[in-house]
Write a protein that binds this ligand. Structure first.
Ligand code: SF4
Ligand code: SF4
Length: 597
């Protein structure tokens, strides 16, 4: 039966059909839906879990694969930075059951802090990287990935992109292969890479690369698509190759699906079959530089013809064609949608009723440096809240605060992480602060879920990916175990309480942990209270209510704020900003909370 599947759904399907026993991962756009879909095969005996972070996921999968199981690991591009350590060694000791590590790159940085190209990791770890062009290939390549992984005894990277993961194609569903028998067979020289054995494994890795490079040409994963003219030949990869085919229908195309080890023989034979060679890659000029290193002239990013940053869309490939052949020969593409004129810029912002707004609003009362982290709360950087000064990576909200303070920064530094981030990589930072006698004020903005990637559970929620109840880890108990003595839990919707708690903790010269706790309203799917309205008779148009930056509060044409009742979540935060008692739920008494000084 054929089904219309997204690339991410197709990867889960491919893993199921390929006999996967277990999937491990950490949520991250654009990879998140893969494991969520794999979990749907739970009734058929497939195990899937959200691991606390990507390193843990890859290590758990390594254990399962070494015992013989086929495993899938999923993460976004920056997740592989976290998982890089076990990947490097796993390349040496290898796997028994096939392991496919799916890494979703994000060309154009729709939802990522960097635009790194995962193919570099394939080269660094000396493992194969496969690049499907669409959902149908994504399913097939996962199955092939398991086979290659078992044939060579090493993990295989599967690199997707936002476009591949989120676009859909009809995919023929097939019967699943039986799962491998799981039974660990000890082999110390292979599985314990102390230097004595590691040096031998190092040599075997190089020999394996040679075998893979020789096999890649005939694997069917790299293909030459013929063209009518040999004047120009194109080398491309993944979904970009499909865009190239569309924009250069006459040009022969070397479509790379297995990009590392480099298929040098194919590069040579293809280059010899065309007069001029153009490499169109999304990401870094990895194929281009390899081809140049073989002494084959080619054009691409290094000659300025192909953009170096961002997604290589069909429109950008069309522009490359215009630069090559001129606008007379290549007319402009018809505009797919009319240009939208005069629309105001709309940066992403915290949702109406988001508990993070209350915490950031409270922080506006203090002259402190705020080191932020990755999550919805990254949006605390935008005005009018503007309470994030620096952001690096997951877990660094705590550790950067500590480093600044230890370097002698005179201002108090406040470090923020989310609840999922606390379990991902915040705990070690907390330990660092306590162990090394830091004095930072650390805040966990705990909205009880991994919200930004679409509400995934984590070790603190008490529910597994398979929907089973489990033990919920306590942030307070972990902090106490780390040695933190000052621990406060605040309700971020209550400004007086939150500001007072922050004032005490920021003044302290001991490390302290403030847990700003309230569930994400989108996750609990509940209005927090009745929608608010502004009484025009009481409103003095002072605009103090706009300080919270809630998108439900608009400024009307008369210059006076008003609340959109369809957008308001009833959190009551704005009530506390109005000194004139003009904001209340219709038919409810005016709020009693007095605004903090
Ligand atoms: S804070 Fe109160 S008085 Fe000031 S603009 Fe808003 S509703 Fe009106
Ligand atoms: S109560 Fe005020 S701050 Fe809360 S969602 Fe409604 S308008 Fe926004």
């Amino acid at each position: 039966m054929k089904k219309l599947l997204s690339g991410n759904e197709a990867i889960a399907r491919g893993a199921f059909e390929g006999g996967v026993t277990a999937g491990f991962g950490y949520p991250g756009t654009p990879s998140t839906e893969i494991l969520e879909n794999l979990a749907l095969y739970g009734p058929q005996g497939v195990y899937a879990e959200w691991s606390p972070n990507e390193k843990v996921a890859l290590e758990a999968a390594a254990g399962a694969s070494i015992a013989g199981a086929r495993t899938l690991v999923t993460m976004k591009l920056v997740g592989l930075n976290v998982a890089a350590d076990p990947l490097m060694t796993l390349s040496y000791i290898g796997v028994v059951g096939g392991m496919v590590v799916v890494v979703a790159d994000d060309p154009g940085q729709d939802s990522s802090q960097t635009e790194q190209d995962t193919r570099h990791y394939a080269r660094l770890a000396k493992v194969p990287v496969l690049e499907p062009a669409d959902a149908a290939e994504a399913r097939d390549f996962v199955v092939r990935g398991f086979e290659l992984s078992e044939a060579y005894g090493c993990p295989v990277l599967l690199r997707t992109t936002t476009c591949v993961g989120h676009s859909r194609r009809l995919v023929e569903e097939r019967e699943p292969r039986p799962r491998n028998t799981v039974s660990f067979r000890p082999n110390v020289p292979r599985f314990v890479p102390i230097p004595l054995y590691g040096r031998k494994l190092r040599v075997q890795v190089e020999e394996r690369l040679d075998r893979q490079a020789a096999d890649a040409a005939g694997s069917g994963l790299n293909a030459v698509l013929p063209g009518a003219s040999r004047a120009l030949g194109i080398v491309s990869h993944g979904v970009t190759a499909l865009h190239c085919r569309e924009q250069f229908p006459d040009a022969p195309l070397l479509k790379i699906g297995w990009g590392f080890p480099f298929p040098d023989a194919l590069f040579r034979s293809f280059a010899a079959s065309v007069d001029r060679l153009l490499v169109i890659e999304e990401g870094d000029p990895i194929l281009e530089e390899r081809i140049l290193s073989l002494g084959i002239p080619c054009e691409g990013k290094r000659t300025g013809l192909v953009p170096r940053c961002g997604e290589i869309t069909p429109a950008r490939i069309h522009a490359i064609r215009q630069r090559l052949f001129g606008r007379d020969a290549v007319p402009d593409l018809p505009s797919p949608v009319p240009e939208a004129a005069d629309l105001p810029g709309r940066p992403p912002m915290l949702c109406p009723g988001c508990p993070h707004r209350g915490l950031f609003l409270a922080l506006t009362h203090f002259d402190v440096i705020v080191t932020g982290d990755i999550g919805c709360y990254s949006l605390g950087v935008f005005p009018p809240l503007s309470r994030t000064d620096v952001l690096l990576c997951m877990g660094a909200g705590f550790t950067m605060a500590h480093g600044m303070q230890k370097a002698g920064e005179k201002k108090k530094v406040v470090g923020i992480v989310g609840d999922s981030t606390f379990f991902h990589s915040g705990i070690t930072g907390l330990l660092d602060v306590v162990y090394n006698k830091g004095s930072s004020t650390l805040i966990v903005v705990d909205n009880r879920i991994t919200a930004m990637t679409g509400h995934q559970d984590h070790p603190g929620t008490g529910v597994t990916l398979l929907g089973e109840p489990t033990k919920a880890a306590s942030i307070e108990a972990i902090a106490r175990a780390c040695g933190v003595e000052r621990i406060r839990v605040v309700n971020p919707y209550d400004q007086a309480e939150t500001v007072a708690a922050l004032r005490e903790e920021i003044a302290s010269d001991e490390p302290s942990l403030v847990i700003s706790r309230a569930p994400c309203p989108l996750h609990i799917k509940r209005r927090l209270g009745p929608a608010r309205a502004i009484d025009p008779a009481k409103c003095r148009a002072c605009k103090a209510c706009l300080r919270c930056g809630c998108p439900a509060i608009e400024v009307g044409e008369n210059g006076r704020p008003r609340i959109n009742p369809a957008a308001c979540n009833g959190c009551g935060l704005c009530d506390q900003l109005c000194r004139f008692g003009a904001i209340a739920a219709p038919d409810s008494p005016p709020p009693s909370t007095t605004p903090p000084a």
